[in-house]
Design a protein around this ligand. Structure first.
Ligand SMILES: [Zn+2]
Length: 216
């Protein structure tokens, strides 16, 4: 299955992508994660991307498209993949088509905006290894300490309230038009995010027409 997941930042795309990835045994390709790793490692790409991200702006298409092109040609993508965070703009979607990549479905995961703001403000990430937590939904065993490596947990700069407002605005302006774009291609399906992750998963599988999932 070749799938794109759309949704506002904080809609829970990453979590659902992980579940789908296990179910179908295909990789999740998160441009955000690839870029954040590059930033942590201080590569040229990372440093370039950081200037945009810190201001709540999107990394330029040319940079992101190069990353994706390389990644989709790796061996583990042969049977399919889940794209999380790409395409984010109509030109990026066009670029994907030009690469000769056919997509089976585009899932839009929808959550009310006040919930999104509440969720994002509780997110934390390990400064050392990049593991992610949430003060309410996925707290670390010890406050502000990574369960995996003991590193310090920080709020990502792009999760700060002012930046989040910017990210939501950018989403509405640049990414939301993709819903119509894919609707016109007859690829769009919609799932509504629920309080509990497993209930959201149920909605996601229903939207994708997958019936045999064991929800427990
Ligand atoms: Zn860690």
């Amino acid at each position: 299955m070749k799938l794109i997941i759309l949704g506002e930042p904080g809609a829970g795309k990453g979590t659902q992508a992980e579940i789908l990835s296990q179910k179908f045994n295909i990789p999740t390709i998160s441009t955000g994660e690839i870029i954040r790793n590059a930033i942590r490692q201080g590569t040229a790409l990372g440093n370039e991307a950081k200037q945009y991200i810190d201001r709540g702006l999107l990394v330029p298409d040319s940079v992101v498209i190069d990353i994706i092109k390389d990644r989709l040609h790796e061996d583990d993508c042969k049977n399919g993949f889940i794209l999380d965070g790409f395409p984010r703009t109509v030109p990026q979607a066009d670029a994907l088509t030009k690469m000769g990549i056919t997509i089976d479905k585009v899932l839009s995961l929808e959550v009310p905006e006040e919930k999104i703001i509440q969720r994002i403000s509780g997110r934390r990430q390990c400064n050392e290894c990049g593991a992610t937590y949430h003060v309410i939904y996925k707290p670390p065993k010890q406050e502000n300490k990574c369960d995996v490596c003991g590193g310090e947990l920080i709020m990502r700069k792009d999760d700060a309230p002012e930046t989040v407002k910017n990210r939501l605005r950018v989403y509405h302006e640049q990414t939301e038009p993709l819903k119509d774009y894919y609707k016109n291609k007859d690829l769009l399906v919609v799932a509504y995010g629920q309080e509990e992750v497993k209930d959201t998963t149920k909605e996601v599988f229903k939207a994708l027409g997958v019936e045999d999932y064991d929800y427990n």
